[in-house]
Design a protein around this ligand. Structure first.
Ligand SMILES: *Cc1c(COP(=O)(O)O)cnc(C)c1O
Length: 497
């Protein structure tokens, strides 16, 4: 059966998976969603013994129905290979009474690798199927991790160029170094004078700019997106929740049909939405616990039904979650509105003009799968500290937000359902914050010295991604104001207007 996709802002038009991946964002500004979330057609018993790659095929073939088996297997095998430092791809660590699904074993040591290692293959396969002759320009706003992971995936991929915008001063030192040292003739990195929301909103505006689209087409270019608004990013993220459940079962940590809670450190709402899709596919998940840092828009939303971005944007030690406009929430809003594109469009335009919207009680009732929680900076640091003291396990700041929320959820509800925490980054990526949380004496130590110190205290080998930036040359120094992003794109592409 062929699964089709619709925009969250258009009730009638449908596109194939390939078309949705190529476009990234729908022309009406909406996000593509499957007309219905497909069910798994294999049993947990079968999944139990599958490799990551086999699981990926079992899950993704249900979503990307216009890809042939050969095409999809080629994408999967090219993505999940030796770039990952473990054959398991996404191993599970048991930390005290919680399971940490480690999603940071790819080439840029953050969970974005899980999807961005495969997106370039999905995109170039889709382009071939659709006989696209234009060069594809990947335009990406990043809060730190997406940009690097996308460039690592797209560097020197024929027929593509990639331009990444990141907030100057809004990412960690390691994140910035990883980006500005990126190799590949087709990569460009721009620091913008603004925050992530500014970058993301402007990139979205560029996608919706009809004039720009025509200008680019005349020069042989077309845009696509590597942000989690692209369905080609979301689908590969469903895989690891299916895989994790099957592995917990195989390792006899849970019994067949036993429900688990999933806790996800959330920013743009992509990762947790993938868990929601996994649940709809048939994975026995009880609660989806959405963990925020001090930018707790989502916590407030789940509590009150009111989404309000009119608040101070806080820079935290978990910068990849410093977001006030969680793009992927639109897909959930559309779903709980009963796939009502008109209703969703209304709410989204309110968000755009007033910065706030409120859902009606009937919609709020449909959010029973979700629980919101948040951690302050102090709580996050204490979680890192206490976990290390008790178990010797070192986690990064984003994961710590989720681990804290997981713990406080258990304490306040006495719901002791086994919990899986999505562990989204290696502690090596946020060295300063992680090490200072463990011991304040590290506050004064140079970030690069902390690499070896973390290695010493944790015994976790220094990842390749970190070795690479120690001596790498800075290749990208471009900066621009938020209102000059369009000009910057044209300049990079050498398009005269
Ligand atoms: C991107 C990111 C997140 C947030 O994920 P979303 O899918 O945007 O909700 C959390 N942690 C890390 C380390 C990330 O890079």
């Amino acid at each position: 059966m062929n699964l089709l996709y619709k925009s969250t802002r258009n009730a009638t038009k449908t596109v194939t998976a390939s078309e949705a991946i190529l476009k990234g964002l729908a022309e009406d500004g909406g996000l593509f969603v499957p007309v219905s979330v497909p069910k798994l057609d294999v049993t947990m018993d079968e999944l139990k013994d599958m490799t990551y790659q086999e699981t990926a095929y079992a899950v993704m073939k249900q979503f990307l129905t216009d890809f042939t088996e050969e095409e999809l297997r080629h994408c999967i095998d090219s993505a999940y290979d030796k770039k990952f430092d473990t054959e398991l791809i996404a191993p599970i660590a048991k930390v005290a009474d919680t399971y940490h699904l480690e999603l940071f074993h790819g080439s840029t040591i953050a969970f974005k690798d899980m999807a961005l290692s495969i997106l370039p293959y999905l995109l170039t396969t889709a382009a071939k199927k659709k006989h696209v002759t234009n060069e594809i320009v990947i335009l990406t706003a990043t809060s730190g991790d997406t940009g690097k992971a996308a460039m690592a995936g797209f560097a020197d991929v024929p027929g593509t160029k990639i331009i990444v915008f990141y907030p100057k001063g809004g990412v960690s030192r390691v994140q910035e170094l990883q980006m500005v040292t990126q190799k590949g003739e087709n990569t460009s990195v721009v620091a913008i004078h603004g925050n992530f929301d500014n970058a993301q909103s402007s990139v979205k505006a560029l996608f919706e700019d009809k004039e720009l689209k025509d200008e680019l087409a005349r020069s042989g270019y077309q845009f696509s997106s590597a942000n989690s608004i692209n369905i080609g990013r979301l689908v590969p993220q469903v895989v690891y929740y299916v895989y994790a459940y099957a592995k917990l079962l195989k390792n006899e940590e849970i019994s067949l049909e036993e429900k688990i809670n999933v806790v996800v450190p959330t920013g743009n709402f992509g990762n947790i939405l993938a868990a929601y899709y996994a649940k709809q596919m048939g994975v026995p998940i009880n609660k989806l616990i959405c963990a925020s840092n001090q930018n707790k828009v989502l916590y407030d939303f789940f509590k009150t039904g009111k989404y309000d971005r009119n608040r101070e944007f806080v820079l935290t030690t978990s910068p990849s979650m410093d977001i006030l406009i969680s793009s992927n929430l639109e897909r959930l809003i559309y779903t709980i509105a009963g796939q009502d594109a008109v209703k969703n469009t209304e709410l989204m335009s309110k968000l755009k003009t007033e910065g706030v919207y409120e859902i009606e009680p009937a919609m709020k009732e449909k959010l029973f799968d979700f629980v919101g929680g948040f951690a302050t900076e102090e709580e996050t640091a204490k979680m890192i500290h206490d976990t290390y003291a008790k178990t010797g396990y070192v986690m990064d700041t984003h994961t710590a937000v989720a681990a804290y929320v997981c713990q406080s959820y258990k304490e306040s509800t006495q719901d002791h359902t086994k919990a899986l925490v999505a562990s989204t980054a290696s502690p090596y990526k946020f060295l300063k914050s992680v090490m200072s949380a463990i011991d304040s004496k590290y506050k004064e130590v140079d970030e690069f010295e902390l690499i070896d110190e973390l290695n010493r205290i944790s015994g976790v080998p220094v990842p390749n991604a970190i070795e690479e930036i120690r001596n790498a040359q800075v290749r990208h120094t471009r900066e621009c104001d938020v209102d000059k992003m369009k000009e910057t794109v044209l300049e990079i592409l050498g398009v005269e207007v």
